[in-house]
Design a protein around this ligand. Structure first.
Ligand code: HPA
Length: 262
């Protein structure tokens, strides 16, 4: 049986507790080796990658995004659920809530952000729906059933990190339409899209962003809030994995990789 689904665990979700029958795997990719865990939820096989490494030792600007996504592509994964801690720019998104982001603003600076090296010719991937609508729909539906507050839709501002933002940057991001801010969704979502995988991000709001928050931000605050939200998050992801099927009627498979372009 193929491995159709994957979970990319962000801050606070570094271990694959939601899977059973775990086996440790190493996948070699052109970008380096990836250690991941394969396990099961009901009958479905699921790959789990800890984005920041199993010991949470890799900062956001140094994550090997291309290796992680390539490894999942090698395994044949079709649908990826990722988690991400974010700060909120808007009072309508409160700490303790989840958002299924649907758009991004890219303010990263120094990361390899594409598989397209130019050797494949000139390729451009469509970003109208960076985060798969169909997959978001399933997650939103299961969240309602599980009684977890999840808002479907939100604009994710991706910064380079690893520092937090200045209040002036947060004011600028708000003026540009940003709603939550984090450091990892780009290029992960872009690379998944280039590979034709459906990708959704469950953003966990751990804090109000700098200048909106009354106090200075700390990584400890983010991790403490994540721990509080972790149980609901794992339950939600498990409920989703139980009903996911490999079939797709979205536009994600129309990506260059699936069309044999690279
Ligand atoms: N900014 C950037 N990344 C984050 C934040 C934040 O406020 N909270 C959690 N991840």
């Amino acid at each position: 049986m193929g491995i159709d689904f994957a979970v990319i665990g962000g801050t606070g979700v570094d271990h694959p507790e939601l899977l059973s029958k775990l086996s440790r795997e190493r996948v070699d990719t052109p970008y380096g080796m990836v250690r991941l865990t394969v396990g099961e939820v009901s009958a479905a096989k699921v790959a789990f990658v800890a984005r920041h490494g199993e010991e949470h030792s890799v900062p956001p600007h140094l994550v090997n995004y291309r290796a992680n996504i390539w490894a999942l592509k090698e395994l044949g994964v079709k649908k990826v659920i990722s988690t991400a801690a974010v700060g909120s720019l808007e009072s309508k998104f409160a700490p303790g809530e989840f958002v299924l982001v649907d758009q991004f603003l890219d303010f990263t600076k120094s990361r390899p952000a594409t598989f397209f090296t130019g050797e494949q010719g000139v390729l451009h991937v469509d970003m109208t729906d960076p985060y798969c609508r169909e997959l978001r729909g399933v997650i939103a539906e299961k969240a309602v059933e599980a009684g977890v507050v999840v808002k479907n839709g939100g604009v994710y501002v991706c910064t380079e990190g690893p520092r937090f933002e200045t209040p002036a940057e947060i004011r600028m991001f708000r003026a540009l339409g940003g709603e939550v801010v984090g450091m990892t969704s780009v290029p992960e979502v872009v690379l998944a899209k280039e590979c034709g995988m459906c990708y959704a991000a469950i953003a966990m709001i751990t804090n109000y962003a700098a200048g909106i928050s009354a106090t200075a931000l700390s990584h400890q605050e983010v991790v403490a809030n994540m721990a509080l939200m972790g149980v609901a998050l794992r339950e939600l992801i498990t409920a989703v994995l139980k009903v996911l099927t490999p079939e797709r009627s979205c536009a994600c498979p129309q990506a260059p990789a699936e069309l044999g372009k690279f």
